[in-house]
Design a protein. Structure first.
Length: 386
């Protein structure tokens, strides 16, 4: 079962949860058909990009419908919905309403497919489903809006920066004119210089008000390889270099695809390093899985859950929480997230006291021709504006 944590919870599933899990592929097949037909922004989106983190959300819902597992709802203790909203902003032409609609369509497909298979929900289970979708929609829309806002700020910064060059030319020309022997020309040139300096000051204020750009990642160097192989390499390196009381194991199967090997390797090393540092148990697990044309690389450690209120901020380098508790998280996770973004994917966090902490890199299996939001594509390689 593909959910956002790596606990082997299948044996704890309730009867209803098992029935919901059994119809998952039918639900998504129906959902994809409706979404492509109804949402303009979804028409040309490739299958792996369209599915995104939604299979994880569905797996979490299956867990939430099983009282023995203890998940409050499908969106609790995880950043999957926020990651989905962020990826929709980065890789599609969606509008806010379409982010909401695709969750609503998924909910409708779930109910209709289950009804056709005579899967009946209790009032409690219906409440869990409703709360799952409500919370997921809120988080996805919030992150979608935040990414859109960031795009606008970065575009404004780019325009502001580009305007400074012609402004400099205007000031230089006006200063030359001020040396004229004609008093009228000198007077006009003085006004031009004054207004140009005023505009320069306004542009500088605009630049100063914009946050620093995200960590810069080099262009991807795409190769064909087995993700399980790099997981094994990272695990072996960790077992050699860390305290002998901490063991790093690999689970899953071979998943071949086209990615940047070095970038993905470094990202996985960052996640394993954090799991070793901040986990309280003696076991770190790397899992490799595939679903709907997407690779999911997950790193799990037990103990020391991350507070849920910090989930929305964990990848934001300038707002990374209390440094005395999370030393080193900021730049490492920012790099991991940036690598995922470059592969048109995202990083999902799932953390709870009972299940431990799982970070998952969720990316398409073929990164050779991936969509990237036009604003991000134009601006992602620019360094800090001066």
């Amino acid at each position: 079962m593909l959910s956002t944590d790596l606990t082997n919870a299948k044996i704890q599933l309730s009867v209803t949860a098992r029935q919901v899990l059994a119809v998952r592929e039918d639900v998504f097949a129906e959902w994809e058909g409706r979404v492509r037909a109804r949402l303009i922004g979804a028409a040309a989106v490739a299958h792996p990009i369209l599915l995104d983190t939604l299979p994880m959300f569905y797996g979490n819902l299956v867990e939430a419908l099983s009282p023995a597992i203890g998940r409050e709802n499908a969106a609790s203790n995880t950043s999957a919905a926020a990651g989905h909203g962020a990826e929709r902003a980065r890789t599609t032409e969606y509008k806010t309403a379409e982010v909401v609609q695709e969750y609503q369509i998924l909910r409708d497909c779930l109910h209709e497919v289950c009804a056709s298979r005579h899967v009946l929900f209790t009032s409690e289970e219906l409440t869990i489903i409703t709360r799952s979708f409500d919370q997921a929609i809120r988080e996805a829309v919030s992150e979608f809006a935040a990414i859109q806002s960031a795009f606008r700020e970065r575009i404004a910064a780019s325009l502001t920066h580009d305007m400074r060059t012609p402004l400099s030319v205007i000031m230089t020309a006006a200063q030359l004119l001020s040396k004229s022997s004609h008093s009228d020309v000198i007077k006009i040139a003085g006004k031009i210089v004054d207004q140009a300096r005023r505009l320069e000051s306004m542009l500088q204020e605009q630049l100063d008000a914009i946050n620093a750009a995200p960590v810069k990642t080099e262009q991807l160097e795409i190769n064909h390889f087995d993700a399980l192989e790099i997981a094994g390499q990272v695990a072996n390196d960790a077992n050699v270099s860390v305290d002998a009381t901490v063991s790093c194991a690999v689970t899953g199967k071979s998943v071949y695809g086209w990615w940047d090997r070095n970038a993905l390797l470094r990202a996985l090393e960052n996640l394993v390093g954090n799991a070793v540092k901040y986990g309280s148990g003696n076991q770190v697990t790397i899992d490799v899985s595939q679903a709907h044309g997407r690779l999911v690389l997950s790193v799990h450690n037990s103990g020391n859950p991350i507070d849920e209120e910090q989930h929305d901020h964990i990848f934001r380098f300038l707002n990374r929480g209390e440094t005395h508790q999370q030393k080193g998280w900021g730049i490492g996770l920012q790099f991991v997230q940036d690598v995922a973004i470059r592969h048109s994917g995202t990083v999902v966090l799932d953390s709870a006291a009972d299940t431990g902490t799982t970070f998952s890199i969720d990316i398409p299996c073929d990164a050779r021709q991936l969509p990237l939001h036009s604003s991000l594509a134009k601006l992602s390689d620019k360094s800090r504006f001066s």
